[in-house]
Design a protein around this ligand. Structure first.
Ligand code: AMP
Ligand code: MG
Length: 405
């Protein structure tokens, strides 16, 4: 049997890297979660012009050098410079302009006196403090010089990158596309979400769950389909989806039963498709193959197995395709209540946090079909294969599951 790390590495190595494409910067929200392929250089200096950091008065520091609380210096006010004023103005020595935050500092001024240090006059202003030259002035180019690299290649676009991207004076950037993932639920027993499950039937919960994981993982949903338990139908649907999707995820039909459609479709074919057993719980039976250049991940059908398999195998591979690091963020926590783990297999145990995330304890029932326990869990604890008894006080690695308010 393969360890989950070996199998994960095999998948990460097997998937193609998606190409970069030129995209307009005008919808930066649509770029979130995409990796920049070519460094972004600013076409303009930032700030673009020398401007005021305060509401106050633009002056020459030399003209207010003698000002103090006891003997303010009074200067005539030439007028107002609001933010957005596009005039090119000059300051005559011995005068002041009233100026607002972000407004262009007039030529000849070297200092801004904040309004709180003055009498706020409009015809003339009494200034009660001397200031060093340059106070409250933001100089053109002090943040970014034209030509500076502002976002290196490899940047995963996040909201914090948006201001500099929007301000850099560039129209287009080169970014890697988010993988478009198609999801196929297999099983004659499945009825669609919103439908009523009769005797012997179950609602397809994996399809919607995987769609949600695709969304949460920063990928795009290409399609969701349900197919019955025949190899021919599975092959036909996967072939059709492979024409458009970057990656396909299937659930169900990979274990040892009599009607396992993924196995029927691929096991004895010439395709490059492997079914393996991974020493993990849940998620032991796994399948992977390439349909042309589209990777297909065949996950087991139990909902918990599907979720774990997505996080441990699909997400790292899809992140790699997107130019991101494969590893999901993990943490550690101390065990607050003992539980058992199967010998020889890595256990991904559903746990809840105590003590503000420092301590974990197991959710009651660990069966891979238990939907309530899955919903109630807050993280997956990773228990190594050589551990059979997870003891109180031990430290375990955890993969946090989002959704804590
Ligand atoms: P399989 O891997 O196809 O043998 O399915 C294992 C178990 O998971 C069975 O109890 C199935 O009914 C259940 N199952 C498979 N696919 C889904 C699905 N899409 N939604 C909910 N349960 C499923
Ligand atoms: Mg099935």
């Amino acid at each position: 049997m393969l360890t989950y790390e070996q199998y994960q590495q095999r998948l990460v190595d097997a998937v193609p890297r998606l190409p970069a494409e030129e995209v307009a910067v005008t919808d930066p929200v649509a770029l979130l979660g995409r990796v920049i392929a070519t460094p972004v250089r600013s076409a303009v200096p930032l700030p673009g012009f020398t401007n005021s950091a305060m509401d106050g008065y633009a002056v020459r520091a030399a003209d207010i050098a003698a000002a103090s609380e006891r003997s303010p210096v009074t200067l005539p006010v030439a007028g107002d410079i609001p933010a957005g004023d596009t005039r090119s103005l000059r300051l005559e020595p011995g005068t002041a302009w009233r100026i607002m935050t972000g407004a262009p500092v007039p030529d000849g001024a070297d200092t801004v006196v904040q309004v709180e240090l003055t009498d706020a006059g409009t015809e003339q202003v009494a200034i009660r403090a001397a200031l060093p030259e340059g106070a409250a002035v933001r100089h053109a180019g002090e943040d970014v010089v034209a030509g500076d690299e502002v976002l290196p290649a490899g940047t995963l676009l996040h909201p914090r990158h948006v201001p500099v991207l929007a301000s850099a004076g560039v129209q287009r950037i080169s970014a890697i596309r988010r993988p478009r993932i198609a999801i196929v639920s297999t099983g004659d027993e499945l009825v669609p979400i919103g439908g009523e499950a009769g005797h012997g039937q179950v609602v397809d919960s994996n399809g919607p769950m995987l769609a949600a994981l695709v969304h949460e993982g920063g990928f795009e949903l290409a399609a969701t389909r349900r197919v019955g338990d025949t190899g021919d139908e599975v092959r036909a649907v996967l072939t059709e989806l492979a024409a458009d999707a970057d990656l396909i995820v299937t659930t169900g039909g990979v274990s040892a039963g009599a009607f396992e459609p993924l196995k029927l479709a691929f096991e004895d074919s010439d395709d490059d498709f492997d079914f393996v057993k991974v020493s993990m719980q849940p998620g032991k039976p796994q399948g992977f193959g390439m349909l042309g250049d589209t990777p297909v991940f065949a996950l087991p059908g139990n909902p918990v197995s599907s979720l774990v398999s997505f996080l441990i195998f699909v997400a790292p591979a899809a992140r790699t395709m997107a130019g991101r690091s494969p590893a999901l963020p993990t943490g550690t926590a101390r065990v607050g209540e003992r539980w058992q783990s199967p010998p020889g297999r890595t256990q991904f145990a559903r746990v809840v946090y105590d003590d503000e995330g420092r301590v974990v304890r197991p959710v009651g029932e660990q069966g891979s079909h238990v939907l309530g326990g899955l919903a109630g869990s807050q993280a997956l604890a990773i228990v190594p294969g050589d551990t059979t008894e997870v003891a109180v006080g031990e430290t375990v690695a955890v993969i946090p599951l989002a959704g804590l308010a």
